[in-house]
Write a protein that binds this ligand. Sequence first.
Ligand code: FES
Length: 138
Amino acid sequence: MALYSEKVMDHFRNPRNVGAIEDADGVGEVGNARCGDIMKIYLKIDDDVVSDVKFETFGCGSAIASSSMATEMIKGRPLKEALRLTNQAVAEALDGLPAHKLHCSVLAEEAVKAAVKDYYERNGIAYDQDTFTEDPIL
Ligand code: FES
């Protein structure tokens, strides 16, 4: 069996939503100290809905595929749903990731959450800290 699913390869070769949003409403940047990969997510928010999202990822193929899939999963969705995005959901949507690559999908979940948190902080919106407690890195 191939190490990577066709979906992973597709999102790696043709990543969706690549780039930056200059006038983003929220930006989240996270990294994994062990592998050194970095992921940055930009959000445009309109009426509590993610109206646009882009990413810049300096990292492995799984990180790029995870970023691409995560942006597709939250685009056009209410902020509250974006916040519920889990790394498991991203990995499942990619038809799985090898165990030693699961942390790449964790980066996507964390980057989305960091961008939403940035949006809340920029706008003085109260939020539940527990939503943003750091997940242990796999
Ligand atoms: Fe670290 Fe993929 S190897 S994000």
